[in-house]
Ligand binder design. Structure first.
Ligand code: FAD
Length: 259
């Protein structure tokens, strides 16, 4: 039984399954198919499909694309390719040496079994406002490389996150690599969640004097360390009221800058 047949027997709405073996082939599929989604680690997309919160007509599984899982040093930072798993980044001596803030952040994402499949680039493309990795990318002033049949472009983190689960990546673009600048100064990532491995109710990333908050707005946001709640209007839910989230922001900022 092929993967397409198997996938049709579980809960998602029907879709066409594609399994390209090169970046070029993946980009061709993205440019020629309407309503297609990339599948990387599947740790966010598969639950969305199963609950039918996403119903793409086509799924482009990039897991068979060769030579797309490298973690390497470039331009004074570390580049993480699209199929590098979060667990590989967590275990990487290079990342620990060049960008220890990223190593610390990845350890806060879910549980190891999820990090064995989930990718750093998938977390960035998914753009959950409560995610740690997009916040670190923004705090460090990193960037991503997007490929399509039209060409290649680099998008700065400042221009990437545009809303809840929204980025400035075009529908035909594949995020092939994320680049995190080296951090030599003071840095910290702190968050509050109900249980270990849960998404954060609120979190703060410090990179030198830069502060980025996550879980308190529709995207990760740059904030003033001297007045971190200025301009913030977080939403409330069953787990935290807006006032509690603002309280957490003050406490977490103090913690991040005391570290
Ligand atoms: C129980 C549980 C707890 C979790 N807790 C956390 C947490 O605390 N913090 C956190 O940040 N995350 C958490 N996650 C999410 C997890 O880290 C995901 O791995 C991550 O959000 C997405 O990475 P992925 O590789 O699995 O992407 P997928 O699920 O495969 O894809 C996610 C989205 O990104 C798109 N995408 C993926 N790769 C690319 C690419 N290369 N180019 C273009 N688009 C792409 C997909 O089309 C899809 O829309 C949790 C998940 C679970 C199941």
């Amino acid at each position: 039984m092929g993967p397409a047949t198997l996938l049709r027997r579980v809960k998602p709405a029907p879709f066409e399954y594609h399994s390209p073996e090169s970046v070029e082939e993946a980009c061709e599929l993205l440019s020629s198919l309407d309503d297609a989604k990339v599948l990387a680690g599947g740790q966010s997309l598969i639950p969305l499909l199963n609950f039918r919160l996403a119903r793409p007509a086509h799924l482009i599984d990039i897991n068979r694309v060769g030579a797309l899982d490298r973690i390497y040093e470039r331009d004074g930072g570390v580049a993480i390719q699209a199929l590098a798993r979060q667990a590989a980044v967590e275990d990487s001596d290079l990342v620990a040496r060049v960008c220890p803030l990223l190593s610390d952040a990845v350890r806060l994402v879910a549980h190891r079994v999820i990090r064995n499949r989930g990718t750093v680039c998938g977390s960035i493309a998914h753009a959950d406002p409560a995610s740690e990795i997009p916040a670190v990318l923004l705090a460090l002033g990193g960037s991503v490389v997007a490929r399509s049949a039209r060409g290649v472009r680099t998008i700065a983190a400042d221009d990437l996150f545009s809303g809840v689960f929204e980025t400035s990546l075009a529908p035909d673009e594949l995020l092939v690599e994320a680049w995190f600048p080296a951090i030599r100064g003071k840095h910290a990532i702190v968050e509050e969640s109900r249980r270990h491995g849960d998404f954060a109710l609120a979190g703060a990333v410090r990179a030198d004097d830069r502060l980025v908050l996550f879980g308190v707005a529709s995207t990760p946001v740059l904030a003033d360390p001297a007045d971190p709640v200025k301009g913030l209007d977080p939403s409330g839910d069953l787990e935290a009221t807006p006032a509690f989230r603002l309280h957490l922001v003050r406490v977490l900022t103090d913690k991040a800058f005391a570290a």
